[in-house]
Design a protein around this ligand. Structure first.
Ligand SMILES: *Cc1c(COP(=O)(O)O)cnc(C)c1O
Length: 398
């Protein structure tokens, strides 16, 4: 998954452009910047790549997820349905707005379970937020029809699936708004950064203003601009955008390399009858950043995971026992351990987490290993790795 592995000449050139004139901010300073507008250029590249009318770069993926909800009007006391298997940023982004994350089960796609989503809808539900975990997507067609029926926003957290597609559309472009992260370990990186994409011009304008203290960006005197509504600062710097500008030009190459490495390992593991692979919804294509598969039960999965670790097969995650990606270890959320007081509505809205169980998710996450696919492996390294993985799994199973 990580673009950081292939940081090189292209990235250095773009960053040097910025350093040469010293304009590190994306807005203003027109005279000094010698025509370099890295954030603006990257937004145009994002629009092209993701085939959308608008892209707004931001300071992080967390800011992007939060803003994708904010532009759709999600706020105090609103419920947002999201999966219990994701990165903590997904619920952080909801809580930043004073809204309530409603966590529901996932299924064998490792993304939202459609029946669980239907059951979770209440009069307070404002949006459904699928998270396309580990390079593959939720069943967006089914979610869209639920959203249409109940008049809800469909907000895609596509942070982990940059470059995957669904029914021919880039992930992130199917719903009302899509969000991406370009943090250091994502498929392409800005160092730190994120973006939202949308075809809705009103949402695009909201994002443009909101991410820069409400600035309307009319005219060329920042101090004289007006502020139609409240905002924050979620701007990306030119230095970070410059790195991303180099990386997006290599995204198709990154995905091709990942697909090749993924396929070699997948074919090798396919000879083991006890192994099944994650389900990819019909019409979807992964970005091949992870190979995710299931073993027969939790204990065997723990054993394989620990054997992988002690035999040098790194980058395979057993998320069931991981602190950051699965509800089981999120006591700080269940107990709402906040630095500052949280509204009564949200406190009450989170009560369900004290008692709710996630058996269906336990069943899948407990048996899942997701193995990072690296860009820098040589063909021989991939072959050796695949062989080693097969050996280890076979020795644990038999
Ligand atoms: C990485 C990630 C984010 C947040 O991105 P940051 O840029 O690290 O803030 C949000 N959601 C998911 C699923 C992620 O993997």
């Amino acid at each position: 998954m990580p673009g950081f592995e292939l940081f090189g000449e292209l990235e250095r050139k773009e960053v040097t452009d910025v350093l040469d004139n010293g304009v590190l901010m994306r807005y203003g300073f027109d005279g000094m910047r010698k025509g370099h507008w890295k954030a603006k250029e990257l937004e145009i590249e994002l629009q092209k790549y993701f085939q959308v009318d608008h892209a707004q770069l931001l300071s992080s993926g967390t800011a992007a997820v939060s803003m994708s909800l904010a532009v759709a009007g999600v706020g105090a006391g609103d419920e947002v349905i999201m999966p219990c298997f994701t990165f903590v940023a997904s619920f952080e982004a909801i809580m930043m707005l004073g809204a309530i994350p409603v966590l529901v089960d996932i299924d064998d796609t490792l993304t939202l379970d459609i029946e669980a989503v239907k059951k979770a809808i209440t009069p307070k539900t404002k949006a459904i937020m699928p998270v396309h975990m580990c390079g593959s997507m939720a069943n967006l067609e089914a979610l869209k029809s639920i959203c249409d029926k109940h008049n809800l926003a469909l907000i895609e957290d596509a942070c982990q699936a940059i470059g995957g597609t669904y029914h021919g559309k880039p992930l992130g472009s199917y719903g009302d708004v899509g969000s991406f992260s370009f943090d250091y370990v994502k498929t392409i990186t800005c160092g730190e950064g994120g973006a939202i994409i949308t075809n809705n011009p009103k949402y695009a304008q909201f994002a443009d203003h909101y991410s820069d203290h409400g600035h309307d960006h009319i005219g060329n005197d920042r101090g004289a601009e007006t502020h139609p509504f409240l905002g924050y600062n979620f701007r990306i710097s030119e230095l970070n955008a410059a790195v991303g500008l180099a990386q997006i030009k290599r995204l198709n190459d990154f995905i091709a390399i990942q697909k090749n490495n993924y396929t070699i390992i997948r074919e090798a593991l396919s000879v083991i009858p006890e192994i099944t692979f994650r389900t990819v919804p019909k019409g979807g294509e992964e970005n091949y950043s992870f190979l995710s598969f299931y073993l027969p039960d939790l204990e065997l999965t723990r054993k394989v995971s620990s054997e992988f670790k002690s035999n040098g097969v790194d980058g395979c995650f057993h998320y069931f026992d991981n602190n950051w990606h699965y509800i089981r270890k999120w006591d700080h959320l269940k107990e709402v351990k906040s630095l500052y007081p949280i509204s009564k509505e949200v406190m009450e809205g989170l009560e369900y987490l004290k008692t709710k169980s996630f058996e269906k998710s336990d069943h899948f996450v407990g048996r899942n290993l997701s193995c990072l696919i690296k860009l820098s492996w040589t063909e021989k390294e991939v072959q050796d790795r695949a062989k080693k993985m097969v050996q280890i799994i076979k020795s644990v199973l038999h």
